[in-house]
Design a protein around this ligand. Structure first.
Ligand SMILES: [Zn+2]
Length: 257
């Protein structure tokens, strides 16, 4: 699953680097403004950013990015802002259907931002509520988004669990190989290596002694079989002959040699 991120940056925002050179986590906010929208919040912030601004607004319709995540925002107090937290505001509604639509985008975005930098989901460290930031550094007294989540039957622990589950899904999606090469025996290594090189040095697998196909190879989007019988993969390229010479010829033909 994936959502598109609409970008409409507010003009004139400062370009201050994070202390660490890159962001170290995310802060989850809610707007405290029932019935608002991402566009409406952006318009408001475009004239008030000197006081406060965040990077993203999420409503039931869209994810709107209003500031560059390469630079800090003014959303949660000096320490968190400068340490380096990308900050996301959840627009508020009393409508449970709209809440669900917005909440799912919010969860996905928080997970995606952490995943993009390969930061693990750690409650209160990489994933912080504004309430946790207030409790830790005492530079703001905001308690969002706890009360708002509660009004829709969600706890902070639920959000942490949901972001973690989404993060794991993103990892899984990445693990799916586009192309894999399956070798029949180790004798096929050099032919297979050339085939893998032609496919961006994709993963190489070798069949087990009982000829079974490794699960990861079988789950690749395309499987190129070098030597031996078909693996029964739905999107298979079979480069295989009666003997190793015929296989070598099939590989050479595939490589255009
Ligand atoms: Zn906040």
């Amino acid at each position: 699953m994936s959502y598109s991120i609409k970008q409409n940056f507010i003009a004139g925002l400062p370009k201050e680097p994070y202390d660490n050179g890159h962001y170290v986590g995310v802060v989850a906010h809610s707007t405290a403004n029932n019935g608002d929208s991402a566009d409406g919040e952006r318009n408001f912030e475009s004239t008030t950013w000197q006081n406060a601004f965040v990077h993203f607004f999420v409503d039931d319709q869209k994810i709107l990015q209003v500031a560059d995540t390469n630079y800090l925002c003014y959303g949660a107090g000096h320490t968190a802002n400068h340490l380096g937290y990308v900050q996301v505001e959840l627009c508020q509604t009393t409508d449970p259907v709209k809440f669900k639509a917005a909440y799912e985008k919010y969860v996905w975005l928080l997970a995606k931002l952490l995943y993009n930098r390969k930061l693990p989901v750690v409650d209160g460290v990489t994933l912080m509520s504004h309430a946790q930031v207030s409790a830790k550094w005492h530079e703001t007294d905001h308690q969002d988004p706890i009360e708002y989540l509660t009004s829709h039957g969600k706890t902070w622990a639920d959000l942490v669990a949901d972001v973690t589950a989404q993060y794991n899904l993103l990892e899984e999606e990445d693990r799916v190989l586009n192309v894999a090469v399956l070798l029949f025996t180790k004798d096929d290594f050099w032919s297979g290596n050339d085939v893998a090189a032609k496919n961006g040095n994709c993963a190489l697998f070798i069949r087990a002694a009982n000829q079974s196909v490794p699960a990861e190879a079988q789950s690749a989007k395309q499987l190129i079989v070098v030597g031996g019988p078909s693996a029964g993969h739905p999107n298979e390229v079979l480069l295989s002959g009666k003997d190793k010479y015929a296989t070598a010829a099939a590989v050479a033909k595939y490589l255009g040699q």
